[in-house]
Design a protein around this ligand. Structure first.
Ligand code: GDP
Length: 489
């Protein structure tokens, strides 16, 4: 018989092994407790240490977050430019995470900031730009993770390489020094801007060194800009390693846990996800997600189409088709017994979807399977700051994460988020060396489900010299898609 959700999906633990805390109002964010019902892949279990760390961190967010006396005091100290020493509540320190660039980048940046906040006992406050509130539910019970209006650093969203309070700049100008002659706490600035995007300098990258972390710990406010998944860099900081080992005994599942903890689609987005899933994907025996990232005004590429079909067929993710007029190898079963696969394609263009759909309509599958092909939207090009555009992107990332198997485009943070949320190690389609080359092999199984850190440090903090950071710590290696990048395996 044709299996249908929810009969096919085993009953799941809605709290994901206590990763999530019970007691949120279910109606205000339906995805939070419903997501487990939509996943065939139950995902990894969080360690008990991670669970208790999250509960303690939720307490910290409530105790020090917006609306508390501690928060008002800390904001007042920042306004008057005083450092933390002796002022306000010493156990309340803050990390403001700036949100910029595409949705995938923003999600990875917020997850990275959250892990840094966990490791350093800082309250995480996210920049509310780009409709954060319309896309994501509140992750922390009884408080808010959104930076409230009235933040004294009024131009923080424009902080850049030119900002005087940039950590790397203050190091360079000796406003801050590290090592034996650490600056006395009272002389530290009230805040530092941590600049970790692709333009960051070597001094900025000292962020990933122990000496620098010791100094940063005493600065009450940090504002961080990154468009990257900096987590592999945090694993290079020896001072964090013992705790990371305990929190994440499976280091290939860090984003998997952080992502499922933090990012819950709001009810509007959840409607987009569940309606689409139920209408087009639920009835199939298997769901194959294919993320086709096309950049700019890149033309429709027969080469890329061929890469997609050879990848999926060679890896047995989708059946080959029989040339027109040939008899199928497997006699078609009676209709009710036909095995079915639903292919979910996400792309800015509709051309790849049209071609795949025609292929499985005009030709029989060699296995006799029924293959349906679906694509929720085709936005044509990347828009910035457009509300419905981000909503669709988020819904599509989430739908991809509900696949049973996943094929992604290398380099794309959009795909990284989907694979991490879904707990899926993807098959990655690599970019060929140049436009006329063919990618061979068309795709390969990734080393883990973790995102790749695209602009990592190249510095050994202990030896104080340039080094291959993919060779220092066992679980931090270079990525397959971005060869100089770092990822956890
Ligand atoms: P990356 O650039 O691939 O690393 O991913 P980002 O998510 O950071 O930025 C790409 C942006 O382009 C997304 O956030 C979307 O706004 C848009 N985009 C790219 N591919 C797709 C797609 O398949 N579907 C939709 N709806 N939007 C896409």
């Amino acid at each position: 018989s044709i299996l249908r959700w929810p009969a096919a999906a085993p009953a799941r633990d809605k709290l994901l092994g206590s990763l999530l805390v019970d007691g949120f109002d279910e109606g205000s964010c339906r995805s939070r407790y419903q997501s487990s019902m939509y996943r065939r892949n139950a995902g990894r279990e969080p360690s008990p240490q991670l669970v208790s760390k999250l509960r303690r961190h939720e307490d910290l967010q409530r105790r020090c977050g917006p609306g508390t006396a501690a928060y008002s005091d800390a904001v007042e100290s920042l306004r008057s430019g005083k450092s933390g020493a002796g002022i306000g509540s010493p156990e309340c320190r803050y990390l403001v995470s700036i949100s910029y660039r595409g949705l995938g980048n923003r999600i990875l940046a917020a997850a990275s900031a959250f892990l840094y906040a966990l490791l350093t006992d800082r309250v995480l406050l996210v920049d509310p730009s780009h409709e954060m509130e319309e896309l994501f539910c509140e992750p922390f019970p009884g408080t808010t993770w959104l930076l409230p209006p009235g933040f004294p650093l009024t131009s923080y969203t424009n902080f850049s390489i030119d900002t005087a309070e940039r950590y790397g700049n203050m190091l360079k100008n000796k406003v801050i020094t590290t090592g034996p002659g650490d600056v006395p706490m009272a002389l530290l600035p009230a805040f530092a801007y941590v600049h970790l995007d692709h333009t960051s300098t070597q001094e900025d990258q000292f962020f990933f060194c122990d000496d620098d972390q010791r100094v940063l710990r005493n600065i009450p406010w940090l504002v961080m800009r990154t468009d990257n998944y900096i987590v592999p860099g945090l694993f290079l900081v020896t001072g964090f390693q013992a705790e990371l080992d305990v929190l994440f005994p499976e280091p290939d599942a860090v984003f998997h846990h952080l992502g499922r903890y933090l990012f819950h689609p709001t009810n509007h987005i959840w409607g987009l996800v569940t309606r689409y899933y139920e209408a087009y994907l639920a009835a199939a025996q298997q769901r194959v997600g294919i993320q086709v990232r096309v950049f700019g005004s890149q033309p429709e590429s027969p080469k890329l189409l061929e890469q997609i079909t050879t990848c999926t067929q060679k890896e047995n993710l989708l059946p080959e088709v029989i040339a027109a007029g040939r008899a199928p190898l497997v006699a078609p079963a009676p209709p009710r017994r036909v095995e079915s696969k639903a292919v979910l394609i996400t792309s800015l263009k509709s051309w790849y979807y049209e071609k795949m759909k025609s292929m499985y309509w005009e030709h029989a599958a060699a296995t006799g399977e029924a293959v349906s092909v679906h694509q929720p939207s085709h936005e044509e090009y990347q828009h910035f700051g457009a509300r419905s555009h981000d909503a669709k992107a988020w819904a599509e990332i989430y739908l991809l994460s509900l696949s049973d198997v996943l094929v992604t485009s290398g380099w794309s943070t959009f795909g990284y988020v989907a694979q991490g949320l879904g707990g899926l190690t993807p098959w990655v389609m690599h970019k060929p060396a140049n436009d006329s080359a063919t990618a061979d092999p068309p795709c390969g199984r990734d080393a883990s489900m973790e995102p790749c850190f695209h602009s990592p440090p190249f510095y050994d903090c202990r030896l104080k010299r340039g080094a291959d950071t993919g060779k220092i710590v066992p679980h931090v290696r270079h990525c397959d898609d971005v060869e100089w990048g770092l990822k956890l395996v």
